[in-house]
Write a protein that binds this ligand. Structure first.
Ligand SMILES: [Fe+2]
Ligand SMILES: [Fe+2]
Ligand SMILES: [Fe+2]
Ligand SMILES: [Fe+2]
Length: 442
């Protein structure tokens, strides 16, 4: 039987206030947590931040609503705020910024890969695949620092579920803003799945950006600080890219409906998938709360727009965040699309060979990396610690690393400190030789 959120009552808005003890729950244990419990927790924090922020935009833009409706919308905003605390503060105090960062990029990789495979709109799917390979490379760059600064191995966090290896190099993610803007969907023909998919990944990317903005300065290592600044700027591009897929003709109340529906769908998926029984209780309560929000917003929508909410969100739940290992899919996209770039005339994609010499993104990339590219420096620095970069993948994929780098690099324009493929091969060979020497000594 299908689940129709519009037919569910959920928890009434007047019943949704919780006490401080309930709002601030007990964190999971970082040593024992399933990596996908962490990714759900990170994503749901992002979803709540967006839900809260949007409610304030709504209150600012729609002051002409009846007083009672404004009160209800601001009440919902307050509940989103309290849910955000619960979600974010489920992360344990002993989880470092870099460890959490690896969690954020694991969210981006495995979430976007799931969405791409479940996205009915081909153009949107292509955009998901494009963004995916950029976050995949971020995971690899941060993994170098987690190892150097804190002795954290990638699998301490990603638990073998997500590969950590070079992707489309981060230095090539910086683009002219005009090229990042995508074509938007048509609100009258887009499926509810497309609307929810986009808002879900957008919320995740926005919170990733916010997390780097608020935490990147917490390390003393200057190259790491610059790496956070560089990747934060890419997340800004990701927010721009994903939000531009949304039809700007949606009304504010239509958007409000999509927001509550997106929250319902995400919590519904969390309840279905959660393996930690303690954490699952929060997802169950929050699903009930969101169904209550959806009811309230659906009534407001009907009152002012004289339309059926089903026209906007359909009559069935959609599944936007089924976290599971996506290694095979990601590897396929990596091998096929690492050389893809934003087309010079906007909206589409080109292979690197089709990019003209006067591509406007070259100007952006040259400017920001005119001294050096921090995300390349992290490989230069890790060489001192480990002879080569830190990689976690099957032997078959590891053996293709130099080839992937060769395909992903824009030879026409690279930062002067770039680790070129022959250099990476030397690092790998040195690491192998020294590993054998070390074994002899022992
Ligand atoms: Fe919420
Ligand atoms: Fe990222
Ligand atoms: Fe991203
Ligand atoms: Fe909500």
């Amino acid at each position: 039987m299908t689940f129709n959120p519009l037919k569910e009552k959920g928890l009434r808005l007047e019943k949704q206030l919780r006490n401080w003890h309930q709002i601030v729950g007990n964190p999971y244990k970082k040593q024992h947590a399933d990596c996908y419990t962490r990714t759900r927790q990170i994503l749901m924090n992002g979803i709540e931040v967006e839900a809260w922020g949007f409610k304030h935009q709504l209150n600012r833009f729609m002051q002409n609503l009846d007083f009672e409706d404004r009160v209800n919308l601001s009440r919902i905003g307050r509940i989103e705020n309290q849910q955000q605390i619960t979600c974010n503060w489920l992360s344990p105090a002993d989880q470092s910024v870099l460890e959490t960062t690896l969690g954020y990029e694991q969210v981006a990789v495995d979430l976007t890969a799931w969405l791409a495979q479940n996205e009915p709109d081909k153009y949107v799917k292509e955009t998901f695949n494009f963004g995916l390979l950029e976050d995949f490379d971020h995971l690899y760059r941060y993994a170098q620092y987690a190892y150097m600064q804190e002795g954290v191995e990638p699998n301490d966090i990603v638990k073998g579920q997500t590969d950590v290896i070079v992707g489309r190099p981060t230095q090539h993610h910086h683009n002219c803003n005009g090229l990042r803007l995508r074509k938007n969907y048509d609100k009258n023909t887009a499926t509810p799945q497309t609307k929810v998919n986009i808002l879900t990944v957008l919320s995740g990317e926005q919170q990733t950006h916010n997390f780097y903005a608020e935490h990147g300065f917490m390390y003393g290592d200057h190259v790491l600080r610059e790496t956070y600044a560089e990747i934060k700027d890419v997340e800004e591009e990701h927010v721009t890219m994903y939000e531009s897929l949304i039809d700007p003709n949606e009304t504010m109340l239509e958007k409000a409906l999509i927001h509550e529906f997106t929250e319902v769908c995400n919590y519904y998926t969390c309840v279905e998938d959660e393996t930690d029984e303690e954490i699952k209780k929060y997802w169950e309560i929050f699903l009930d709360i969101e169904l209550g929000h959806l009811q309230t917003v659906a009534e407001i929508f009907k009152k002012y727009e004289k339309r059926d909410p089903e026209e906007v969100i359909g009559s069935e739940i959609v599944i936007p965040c089924r976290f599971k290992s996506q290694k095979a899919y990601v590897q396929k996209v990596l091998e096929k699309e690492v050389q893809k770039r934003l087309a010079p005339n906007g909206e589409y994609y080109n292979s690197m060979e089709e990019i003209p010499d006067d591509w406007v993104s070259y100007d952006v990339q040259k400017k920001v990396a005119e001294i050096s590219s921090p995300s390349e420096n992290c490989i230069n620095v890790v060489e001192f610690y480990n002879d080569r970069d830190v990689v976690e993948a099957s032997e078959t994929l590891k053996n293709k690393e130099v080839q992937i780098l060769e395909q992903g690099l824009q030879k026409k324009s690279v930062a002067q400190n770039t680790v070129m493929p022959d250099k990476l091969q030397d690092m790998i060979d040195t690491h192998e030789e020294r590993k054998q020497e070390k074994e002899k000594l022992i």
